[in-house]
Write a protein that binds this ligand. Structure first.
Ligand code: ZN
Length: 270
């Protein structure tokens, strides 16, 4: 599943290659034929990401809204364009770039009011400069749900997926089953700062790397696949060697270290 960093990177690359240019749009697969017709010949104005949601404004009144979901891809292709491979829902061709969207959960035109409603349902996005982390803080303080579940809830924080949540909780030493309301202000501040830092690294490089280059002994761009993460899909803790545990929280498996992420005792009342 693409996490927030993928969508922000995509928005940036769409802007770099299409903004200010006239685009030809069509739906080779046919399922977005009407929408593509409306976009065809328009000038691409800007792409914007909020969490895992992408919005492209082509100045036609309605905005292109894309959600990639689990298997969707929006990829840069050969230019000049050649016959598309697979089921391409939407193809955008600029002056020197071709972009193919396939397998999205959502690909639709929405009016600005609907765009506002979609964004209003989302929590703050750590990759946005206008993010207001205090909104996430307030929501967490009000729920007993495990922190590993609330971190996946896009209405609380927008952009974190299954890989980042496991890595973030490990880095902050927080047990995934801890009630969200028991997260302290200091812990929240660290959690938010780490989220911003790691998503930015992911946005720049196009892949999820959470490990510290000093700890691994090589720079990020030279890390091997197995160097990049602390706990996700791993068996032993990189730091203490403990056997990692995997529990199902928030409907998805999460791996954690019982030593580095202790279950904190609830203080007994005197
Ligand atoms: Zn450990």
């Amino acid at each position: 599943m693409p996490e927030g960093h993928t969508i922000h990177r995509l928005a940036r690359q769409l802007d770099e290659t299409l903004a200010g240019r006239l685009v030809h749009a069509d739906s080779p697969q046919g399922r977005f034929a009407e929408g593509a017709q409306l976009l065809d010949g328009a000038t691409f104005e800007r792409a914007d990401a909020w969490g895992k949601y992408l919005f492209c404004d082509l100045g036609v009144g309605e905005v292109l809204h894309v959600h990639l979901g689990l298997i969707g891809k929006f990829r840069r292709r050969e230019f000049p364009p050649v016959e598309p491979t697979g089921a391409v829902r939407l193809r955008l061709v600029g002056e020197d770039s071709t972009w193919d969207l396939s397998g999205p959960t959502r690909c639709e035109l929405v009016d600005p009011g609907e765009q506002e409603r979609i964004v209003a349902r989302l929590g703050p996005d750590p990759l946005r400069r206008d993010a207001r982390p205090e909104r996430a803080r307030e929501r967490l303080a009000r729920t007993e749900r495990p922190i590993a579940a609330t971190l996946l809830d896009q209405s609380i924080v927008a952009g974190i997926g299954n890989v980042y949540r496991a890595e973030l909780l490990f880095l902050c030493g927080i047990h995934p089953a801890r009630p969200s309301s028991a997260i302290t202000d200091v812990e929240f501040e660290e959690l938010w700062a780490q989220t911003v830092r790691l998503l930015r690294i992911g946005e720049r490089s196009g892949r999820i790397t959470t490990t510290d280059p000093d700890e691994i002994g090589r720079p990020r761009h030279r890390m091997r696949r197995e160097d990049r993460l602390y706990v996700y899909h791993r068996e032993h803790c990189r730091r203490c060697g403990s056997d990692l545990r995997t529990d199902r929280i928030g409907g998805r498996p999460i791996t954690h270290c019982p030593t580095c992420q202790p279950r904190r005792r609830v203080r007994s009342r005197r």
